[in-house]
Write a new protein. Structure first.
Length: 294
């Protein structure tokens, strides 16, 4: 669909054949969908709460036979515990904005099955020269961060190691995070555009937060790989998100399936999807999931 629409009952019915070799068969009454959920601002509120309504909707969608999974900018260590909170047994999980894909093992743990890495030296030097007083974080495939500068206290800084900026250069990264408190979002966007960053993919968050991934790597590239592994038609993919790092994934889903944008998302994110649901504080994700075939 080209126009943005509020959900209506029955709007999510899709065509295509039943899923193939991607795992356990869905109930006969249901054509299986691949459902990719962003975490922060979509599944989880800003205060860290995942509401009972969202948990119930996620579990009901999985019980109906759909392949429901998380696709997030978070590291592995910040993502896996959320599966237990949600009651999900997803076959795959996408972390670090697409640079890391995990697969569920027979014992219920998750192992890395696809990792994208890059040398962040060039991009770090460009940004360091353009943004005075910025803070930098380099994440490796294990979720460990090397940090330079002042980051807000959160899980990333607790698990991170503070080092001089020069020690970030020449490392093997899955993601680079840049925070520039001296800029508001629009100003930060302009600064980033002027840099002309090459050989990397990047997205700017709600605040002055920049996520940088290997070139050509996004949530969308990771989700397309998972879709192929699961052998689910493009017409039966659904992605839900609210941030600029979700834009590529929402466009990917919208091409033939459903790109669901949360109600509080900025205009450029809204433009990337083909459906609009309520905000995260209004359990918009639950409303979207409830429209999946049962």
């Amino acid at each position: 669909m080209s126009a943005h629409e509020r959900f209506v009952d029955g709007s999510a019915q899709g065509g295509g054949s039943a899923a193939g070799t991607g795992g356990a068969a869905a109930p006969a009454r249901t054509k299986r969908w691949l459902v990719a959920l962003d975490v922060d601002g979509t599944t989880m509120r800003e205060d860290g709460v995942i509401t009972d309504a969202v948990i119930a909707a996620v579990r009901e969608a999985e019980a109906a036979g759909h392949e429901v999974m998380l696709s997030t900018g978070r590291s592995e260590g910040m993502t896996i515990p959320l599966l237990e909170r949600l009651g999900l047994r997803s076959k795959y999980v996408v972390c670090a904005n697409g640079a890391l894909t995990l697969a569920r093992q027979d014992d219920g743990t998750y192992a890395r099955v696809h990792v994208e890495r890059f040398d962040p030296t060039e991009v770090l030097q460009v940004i360091h020269g353009a943004l005075a007083n910025a803070a930098f974080g380099v994440e490796d495939e294990t979720g460990h961060f090397l940090l330079s500068g002042n980051f807000p206290d959160d899980t990333m800084t607790v698990a991170g190691e503070h080092v001089p900026f020069e020690q970030l250069l020449g490392t093997e990264a899955t993601r680079v995070v840049v925070i520039s408190p001296g800029h508001d979002t629009e100003d930060f966007l302009q600064v980033v555009e002027r840099m002309g960053l090459q050989k990397v993919s990047y997205s700017v968050g709600w605040t002055s937060w920049l996520d940088i991934a290997p070139e050509g790597v996004t949530k969308a590239t990771a989700m397309e790989r998972v879709r192929e592994w699961l052998d689910i038609p493009r017409s039966r993919v659904m992605a839900a998100g609210d941030g600029r790092n979700d834009i590529d994934m929402l466009r990917w889903a919208s091409t033939s399936g459903r790109g669901v944008v949360m109600g509080q998302a900025p205009d450029d994110v809204v433009d990337a999807g083909n459906e609009l649901t309520g905000g995260v504080t209004d359990d918009g994700l639950a409303a979207a999931l409830d429209t999946l075939p049962r």
